[in-house]
Design a protein around this ligand. Structure first.
Ligand code: 7TS
Length: 405
């Protein structure tokens, strides 16, 4: 299989539009990716031809919709090579998935139990654990990040001890693009009797993930960064662990039986999917995964890396700019600050040239503090970006630079 970026681009109608009189250069896919026609059509097709509530009906449309919803679960299973589709829980996204684990698993925690995180986590993988710090007296420990953006894995190992109940780390940083050595961290967590949760929001988009090979206990991601819809994401949990977790929310579809006196719960994954789920969005996510899996993912990764390398090469020697995160093997995200300029101003000026980048703390305030900045600008590359766009970004940045020099 090969990979042709122009063929791919034709599947993303939004990429044809203009912004401020220029062709759109969309470099904000780490926040949310654009969607191919296949995803839109899957959702429209379901809406037009086979839509009803899931898991409730004995009628044809309900059964067809349920089948489509469960096929999407199977697509998620295949994407991350889970052993069984019953290990996949649909959630609103990564944020809800982490909240689910923190809230449900957290019920077993005692004061003084420890959760080990890292300085490079997105707030989604910090704040739910702070809830447990406040409500249950658990202790949070943060593994440091080295100057080049690598995780200090040795220091992480030293933080893991007999009271550690959960290690929760990102697979790939949304700011630094550092890819963390998950299998190694899993071995360290398990040797201490701890569980491991991995935030796969960024990694799952850019590399093959095998939750069994990595031996992670929980893995989470969002659909909208994976070329799928918003409002849908997934939690993977090992079957034996999900079986022991209490539910997160109560309502329809998550019960085995309800009486006035008591309630018994359904088995996973339904135990964790209270209420009518995001049916069409799940179908859209399934379509996004099937679409992505139809591509040569190694060729996609090589293409994305080439875009990042192009930017690096063109900005080589620029002493007015500081890149955040230069770890070996990092992903295709270029986070930076221009001397004398606020990242917000840089982003707004780039927008004049049609170039969309994100600027701010990227929901990673502890990481910003670690690097002594309040914000950074971030160009994140996706499979539909071209070398010409990488050049357009650098050209616009060079023009922007004259405002601050
Ligand atoms: N974890 C990581 C590593 C992320 O990058 C994000 C979103 C989340 C968790 C939360 O995902 P959600 O879909 O539940 O919101 N990251 C970003 C970003 O980098 N810019 O906007 C959102």
């Amino acid at each position: 299989m090969s990979f042709d970026v122009e063929t791919i681009r034709a599947e993303f109608p939004i990429l044809q539009r203009q912004v401020n009189g220029r062709p759109l250069v969309y470099l904000d896919s780490a926040a949310s990716a654009q969607k191919p026609v296949a995803v839109m059509e899957a959702m429209t097709h379901a809406t037009r031809t086979a839509y009803a509530n899931v898991h409730r009906g004995l009628h044809t449309l309900a059964n067809e919709t349920t089948d489509a919803y469960e096929r999407a679960r199977e697509s998620v299973r295949g994407l991350i090579n889970a052993a069984s589709a019953s290990e996949i829980v649909f959630t609103k996204g990564a944020t809800e998935a982490i909240n689910l684990v923190a809230s449900s698993f957290g019920q077993s925690l005692l004061p003084g139990d420890e959760i080990v995180l890292t300085q490079m986590e997105h707030h989604a993988n910090i704040v739910p654990w702070h809830f447990l710090r406040r409500s249950r007296g658990v202790v949070l420990r943060f593994a440091p990040v080295l100057d080049d953006g690598r995780l200090d894995v040795a220091a992480l190992g030293e933080l893991i001890g007999p009271r550690t109940r959960m290690v929760a780390v990102t697979h790939m940083s949304n700011v630094l693009a550092t890819v963390n050595p998950i299998a190694e961290i899993a071995a360290m967590a398990h040797a201490a009797g701890s569980l491991l949760l991995v935030d796969g929001c960024q990694a799952v988009v850019h590399q093959r993930v095998d939750v069994q090979a990595l031996d992670v206990d929980f893995y989470v991601f969002s659909g909208h960064k994976l070329y799928g819809p918003t409002g849908i994401g997934a939690l993977y949990g090992k079957a034996a662990l999900l079986a022991d977790l209490p539910p997160y929310q109560g309502g329809g579809e998550m019960i085995e039986s309800v009486t006035l006196e008591d309630v018994t719960y359904a088995d996973p994954p339904h135990r964790f999917e209270a209420g009518t789920p995001a049916i069409l969005e799940a179908i859209g996510l399934g379509a996004a995964i099937d679409w992505l899996q139809g591509l040569d993912r190694d060729a996609v990764a090589a293409h994305e890396h080439a875009l990042y390398e192009r930017v690096k090469e063109r900005l080589n020697g620029a002493n007015w700019l500081t890149e955040m995160g230069t770890a070996p093997g990092k992903g295709a995200i270029f986070s930076f600050n221009v001397d004398g300029a606020h990242a917000h101003d840089v982003a707004q000026l780039l927008d004049r040239y049609g170039v969309a980048v994100r600027a701010g703390s990227h929901c990673a305030e502890p990481l910003m503090r670690r690097f002594g900045v309040s914000a950074s600008a971030r160009a994140s590359f996706a499979l539909y970006n071209t070398l010409a766009e990488a050049d357009a970004f650098v050209d616009a940045l060079l023009k922007t630079r004259t405002f601050f020099a």
